[in-house]
Design a protein around this ligand. Structure first.
Ligand code: PRX
Length: 649
């Protein structure tokens, strides 16, 4: 509640930060009243090959959604992230890499990054990759992931990164949808003392029908592990790169040329290819990185997100490098080999800005002081949180323990679709309330609406929408503009619907309450219930499935799956394990259900629609709050499920 603790910005903090509250308020006002002027100025955070003369050109009109920013400008992303820093920062570390175990690390300066990116871009060109081609990346968290991304941008190729935890089927689906011409991967990744068979998964994915758009696979030898090799298709990263020229002419890209595709889950159907374009995205990533983290020269910045998620794109690679920052890439996990690993990495590299997820914070919090034992974390200056609502207890622990009560926490709300942070505190400007993402960033116009789309005023809860465009907004769903309009702009006319609910308090602060659609957020990973259900029903013994989210202490949400078996099949501990494993294999470990509830039947309306609302209540043990059940075809199904749930609990 808003009446709870407030952490005001101290005068010292306001003084040494980039922005004060007064500056925020006046700049915010300008950004809304005159976006042309505001973003026209702010677009200069980048170097443009051809300056833009137009700034904003966007419409949310039903049936005609069209979003363009800086539309006649031309630029190159790799030039903005590397070349322009060379004169002053050539020897500064651009990428700091920390491996899975503390003995593995590396430093790559801007000069070195330049050479590596140019050489790899030339290698891509040699493979016939040119402007507009889609390149799929399935990479470990090593500097090569960033090198590959930047090399794509240098020559105008569009990258589509698939998170290294996804299954061969998930990779294949994304390759087919995006028509990827080339795949970049590694032999294996490392995570928490285990290896991840990246190349093996790609090999398997490429056996699927429809993946023959892929002409070659470039393999970075990371662990040196044994992998299969297909001579006519596979290429060794080192071999194709080493003799390449160390210069590569950057391609001038129009601001609205595609930069990358990133698949994300929705409430229905297969994952959607979110398309971001070049100019607006990079302006927005650069601006938000700078002001949200209060980035100043000399900062060492660490974002723990994987490069396979949007946070890894905007705030591990593009935002920091566009600002000439030093960004740390970590291949491991926060609690390996010791519980205090995260804090140790902070000390080892003198990290000043730390950006992580509530699920990691809760996992550390569960270990108590062990998570910080023997570390000082005295270099830290700003802490960030992203991916899911941060509960006030976790916020407090993060603030007290990791930040030693010295560092403001920026609880950043945004989405794959938004490209960058939309609602967030700014360190020197915003008084903090634990659990609130606080106020909109420049140019962002949030509103709360009721289910009919009426805008709600004052302190109230509702559906979170955006009333106008910002530069980092997605432009379309790759190859399916109709689905784009349908998904985001058809629920409420003339507004972008986020899929989230939120509450606004009397200070105008936003408190995100979570998804209001059938999307789950498990450990900050977004997943559609429909995807998990379709994996479940593809098991030969499963007849029907319905998936709902339940609160989970560490993961935020856990996956609760109601499963009905085919006639003649019966539940057993073996089948329980087998069905869980099946989903893991179909999608990836992150989608493994926490609980299977063998159900003889599911509650349905007379027209056969599954009543999820009821299933959610039963799963969370709130069967006394089922609401209206008058449309149920067979009420006895519900009584049975309630009883079974009590047995499971
Ligand atoms: O529900 C919101 C939640 O994560 C969703 C977006 O997921 P994804 O596209 O995977 O991007 C995650 C990283 C930006 C949102 O719709 N979410 C993200 N950040 C927060 C959050 N919920 C509450 N507070 C946040 N800070």
């Amino acid at each position: 509640m808003s009446g709870q603790s407030i952490y005001p910005v101290s005068p010292e903090l306001a003084q040494k930060s980039l922005l004060t509250n007064d500056q925020y308020l006046s700049d915010y006002k300008l950004s809304i009243e005159d976006p042309e002027k505001f973003w026209g100025d702010k677009g200069k955070i980048l170097d443009w090959i051809k300056p833009y003369s137009k700034v904003k050109n966007s419409s949310y009109a039903p049936g005609n959604v069209d979003i363009k920013w800086f539309e006649d400008g031309e630029l190159n992303v790799s030039v903005n992230c590397i070349d322009r820093h060379l004169a002053t920062k050539g020897d500064q570390v651009a990428l700091l890499w920390e491996g899975d175990t503390p003995d593995q690390d590396a430093k790559i300066t801007y000069n070195q990054l330049y050479t590596q990116v140019c050489q790899f871009a030339n290698a891509l060109k040699e493979q016939g990759i040119k402007k507009g081609d889609v390149v799929c990346l399935y990479m470990p968290m090593t500097p090569e992931a960033a090198v590959a991304m930047l090399a794509c941008t240098r020559i105008g190729a569009v990258h589509s990164i698939v998170f290294g935890g996804f299954s061969p089927d998930a990779i294949a689906g994304r390759i087919i949808d995006s028509k990827s011409k080339l795949v970049i991967t590694a032999d294996e990744g490392r995570r928490g003392g285990r290896t991840v068979p990246l190349k093996g998964n790609v090999d398997e994915a490429l056996l699927r029908d429809g993946t023959d758009c892929v002409e070659s696979v470039i393999v970075f030898k990371n662990t040196g592990g044994d992998v299969a090799w297909f001579e006519d298709r596979d290429l060794d990263w080192a071999e194709v790169t080493q003799s390449q020229p160390t210069e590569c002419e950057p391609v001038a890209m129009n601001a609205e040329d595609p930069l990358f595709i990133l698949y994300t889950s929705g409430s229905t159907g297969t994952p959607k290819g979110v398309l971001h374009t070049t100019g607006g995205y990079l302006v927005y990533a650069a601006m938000t990185f700078k002001y949200v983290f209060d980035y100043q020269e000399g900062d060492i910045y660490w974002c723990t997100a994987d490069v396979g998620w949007i946070t890894g794109h905007s705030y591990l690679v593009y935002g920091p490098l566009a600002n000439g920052a030093t960004t740390l890439l970590f291949e491991g996990v926060p609690t390996y080999p010791t519980t205090s690993r995260m804090s140790e990495v902070v000390d080892k590299h003198n990290v000043t800005l730390l950006y992580t997820a509530p699920t990691a914070i809760r996992a550390l919090m569960a270990k108590g002081n062990e998570a910080i034992a023997g570390t000082s974390r005295s270099t830290l200056r700003v802490l960030g949180s992203v991916g899911e609502p941060i509960n006030p207890e976790a916020w407090q622990w993060y603030y007290d323990k990791i930040g030693d009560k010295r560092c403001p926490i920026v609880d950043t709300w945004w989405q794959t679709e938004t490209g960058g942070i939309l609602i967030t505190p700014l360190p020197g400007a915003t008084d903090l309330k634990p659990g609130s993402a606080t106020r909109p960033f420049f140019g962002v116009q949030p509103a709360l609406v009721d289910n009919e789309g009426n805008i709600l005023e004052g302190a109230i809860e509702g559906n979170l929408v955006m009333l106008d465009s910002w530069p980092g907004q997605m432009r379309t769903l790759y190859g399916n503009h109709e689905r784009f309009e349908q998904t985001y702009f058809s629920t409420f006319d003339n507004m972008y619907f986020t899929g989230d609910g939120a509450r606004r308090d009397e200070d105008g602060y936003y408190w995100i309450t979570g998804r209001v659609d059938d999307v789950l957020n498990v450990s900050g990973h977004r997943m559609g219930t429909a995807e998990i259900e379709s994996a479940l029903v593809s098991h030969p013994k499963v007849a029907e499935a319905a998936v709902v989210g339940v609160p989970h202490e560490i993961k935020g949400q856990g996956i609760y799956a109601y499963v009905t078996l085919n006639a003649g099949e019966y539940p057993s501990p073996e089948l329980y394990a087998e069905v869980k494993q099946w989903v893991r294999k179909e999608i990836g470990a992150i989608a493994t259900p926490d609980i299977l509830h063998w159900a003889e039947g599911l509650p349905k309306t007379r027209s056969g629609k599954i009543m999820r609302r009821i299933l959610r209540k039963i799963a969370t043990g709130e069967s006394d709050q089922l609401g209206d059940t008058s449309t149920l075809a067979d009420p006895s199904v519900v009584d049975k499920l309630i009883k079974e749930n009590q047995e499971i609990a």
